[in-house]
Design a protein around this ligand. Structure first.
Ligand code: UD1
Length: 418
C-alpha cells in the first residue's frame, strides 16, 4: 500500500489548478444511463472513485471513453446487465446512484446494498422509500435492492432527512416518470444543481434545483448533451486549510468560490486573508491561526466533508475550538491519529473540543477515510519533522495527485509506492 512521506515546516507558495468535483462527476456519469445518445463530459477528475464508476458502467454494457485527461464520453445504447455487484458497491457507496436511472429507463435494477462504512451506518432507506413512492416495487433480496416498475409515476416525495445522493437518485428517476414529481426537503448542494443542469441539457424539465423543493415534469425520453463538471469545492477548501496550517500564499485556479461561502468565512475567521474572483481564490497566512468553533450542516452550511481538514488547522490554533459533527455519527476517526502528532483533542459524542498547541511533531499515522486522510496530510505539512501517512488509497479516491499539487506549492512531500 502506498504511503506519503511529508517533511513538515515549509510554507506553501504558488498556484495550482483545482480539479472537477468528484461528488458532481459521480452522479453525472450515472445520468449517462438515462439516454441511448452520447453524453460528453469535461473536467472529470482522474480519481479512483471515477475509475470505479466507469468500471461499473462498463459492466452494465455502457461504452465509456476517456478521450483526454479530463474528457469522458458515455454511451448507454446497448446495455448487457442491470446489476451493480457487491464487489464494486462495497468499495464505493455512490454506486447506488445507478439505481434511479436504470429503473427509470429500463424498468428494472439490482443494486447491492452498500453495508456499513467507516464514518457511520449510512443507510439508503430514503432512496428506496422515494422510489417506492414513485411506484416502484422494491424488495431486499440476498443483499440486493431489487427494483421493478413498468413505468414510474410522479409523486410528492418528502425525505426524512436531507440526503445528497438520495435527492440525486430520485431526481434521475423522476425525469423519465409519468407526470410531475415534487422532491421536498431536497438537498441544495452545488453537486445536485450541477446534475440538474446536465439533465436539463439532456431534455429534462426541472425547476427549483438549489432550493429544498425540486419540481420535475417527466418526459418520455432524454437525448445526449455535453457538460463541464463544476470545480471541487472540497479539494479547494482542503488546500486553503493546508496554507492556513503551514503558512504561505497560494492561488487556486479553476475554483468555484461562490460554492464555498461557509468554508471561506470560517477560514477568514481563523485569520487567513482570502481574496477571490469568479474562478480563482488567493489565500495567505503569515501568523498562528485563531481557534474557530463550527458545526457541520447541509449546504449552504459548513460541509461535513471539510470537518476533518478544518479540525487539523484548529489543532495549531491559538485558543480552544468546539466542533460539532451533525451529519455522520462516526466521523472523528482522524482524532486518534491527530493525537499521535501531538494534538490536544477531547471527544464527547458528536462534539470535539480542540485545545490548540504551539507545535505538532511528525509521526506515522494511518488514513481511515477520504477526508480524514486529507486532515493528516494538512497536519503533517505543519508538523516538525517527518510524517508518514499510511493507507493513502483513501486519499486517491477523492484527491487528484494531491502530492503533486502540494509539491508544486513547495511542500516537501513524496509518495512511497509499495
Ligand atoms: C454525500 C457525499 C458525501 C458527503 C455527504 C454529506 C457523494 C457521492 N457523497 O454522501 O461526500 O459527506 O453527502 O454531505 O455525493 N441517510 C439516511 N438514509 C438514507 C440516506 C441518508 O439515513 O437513505 C443519512 C446518512 O446516514 C447521513 C445523512 O442522512 O447521516 C446524510 O447523508 P447523505 O446526504 O445521503 O450522504 P451521501 O449522499 O451518502
Amino acid at each position: 500500500m502506498d504511503k506519503l512521506r511529508i517533511k513538515g515546516g515549509y510554507a506553501l507558495k504558488g498556484e495550482i489548478n483545482i480539479s472537477g468535483a468528484k461528488n458532481a462527476a459521480l452522479p453525472i456519469l450515472c445520468a449517462g444511463l438515462l439516454t441511448a445518445d452520447t453524453v460528453t463530459l469535461s473536467n472529470v477528475p482522474k480519481l479512483n472513485d471515477i475509475a470505479t464508476t466507469l468500471k461499473l458502467l462498463r459492466q452494465l454494457g455502457v461504452r465509456c471513453e476517456r478521450a483526454s485527461d479530463d474528457l469522458v464520453s458515455i454511451t448507454a445504447n446497448q446495455l448487457t446487465a442491470l446489476e451493480a455487484p457487491y464487489e464494486l458497491v462495497k468499495t464505493m457507496r455512490a454506486s447506488i446512484l445507478v439505481l434511479g436511472p436504470l429503473l427509470a429507463r429500463f424498468g428494472e435494477a439490482r443494486v447491492s446494498l452498500p453495508g456499513g462504512c467507516a464514518i457511520g451506518q449510512r443507510p439508503v432507506d430514503q432512496h428506496i422509500q422515494g422510489l417506492a413512492a414513485l411506484g416502484a416495487d422494491i424488495k431486499i433480496e440476498h443483499g440486493f435492492v431489487v427494483a421493478k416498475a413498468k413505468k414510474l409515476k410522479g409523486a410528492v416525495v418528502r425525505t426524512d432527512m436531507v440526503t445528497v445522493t438520495g435527492t440525486e437518485n430520485l431526481m434521475m428517476a423522476a425525469v423519465l416518470a409519468d407526470g410531475q414529481t415534487i422532491l421536498e426537503n431536497a438537498a441544495r448542494e452545488p453537486e445536485v444543481v450541477d446534475l440538474a443542469e446536465l439533465l436539463i441539457k439532456m431534455g429534462a424539465r426541472i425547476k427549483g434545483h438549489g432550493t429544498d423543493r425540486i419540481v420535475i415534469d417527466g418526459v418520455s425520453s432524454l437525448h445526449g448533451a455535453t457538460h463541464e463538471v463544476i470545480p471541487d469545492r472540497i479539494e479547494a477548501g482542503s488546500f486553503l486549510c493546508a496554507v492556513g496550517a503551514a503558512g504561505g500564499e497560494i492561488v487556486l485556479r479553476h475554483a468555484a468560490p461562490e460554492t464555498m461561502g461557509a468554508t471561506i468565512s470560517k477560514l477568514q475567521e481563523a485569520g487567513l486573508t482570502i481574496k477571490s474572483g469568479k474562478d480563482w481564490i488567493q489565500a495567505s497566512m503569515h501568523k498562528r491561526p485563531k481557534a474557530v468553533d463550527f458545526r457541520t450542516h447541509e449546504y449552504p452550511g459548513f460541509a461535513t466533508d471539510m470537518q476533518a481538514q478544518l479540525m487539523a488547522l484548529n489543532t495549531l490554533a491559538e485558543g480552544t475550538s468546539v466542533i460539532a459533527e451533525t451529519i455522520f455519527e462516526n466521523r472523528f476517526m482522524h482524532v486518534q491519529e491527530l493525537l499521535r502528532l501531538g494534538a490536544n483533542i477531547d471527544i464527547d459524542g458528536h462534539t470535539a473540543v480542540v485545545r490548540g498547541v504551539t507545535r505538532l511533531s511528525g509521526a506515522t499515522v494511518m488514513a481511515t477515510d477520504l477526508r480524514a486522510s486529507a486532515s493528516l496530510v494538512i497536519a503533517g505539512l505543519a508538523a516538525e519533522g517527518e510524517t508518514l501517512v499510511e493507507r493513502i488509497y483513501h486519499l486517491d479516491r477523492g484527491y487528484e495527485r494531491m502530492e503533486h499539487k502540494l509539491s508544486a506549492l513547495g511542500a516537501h512531500i513524496e509518495r512511497i509506492s509499495s
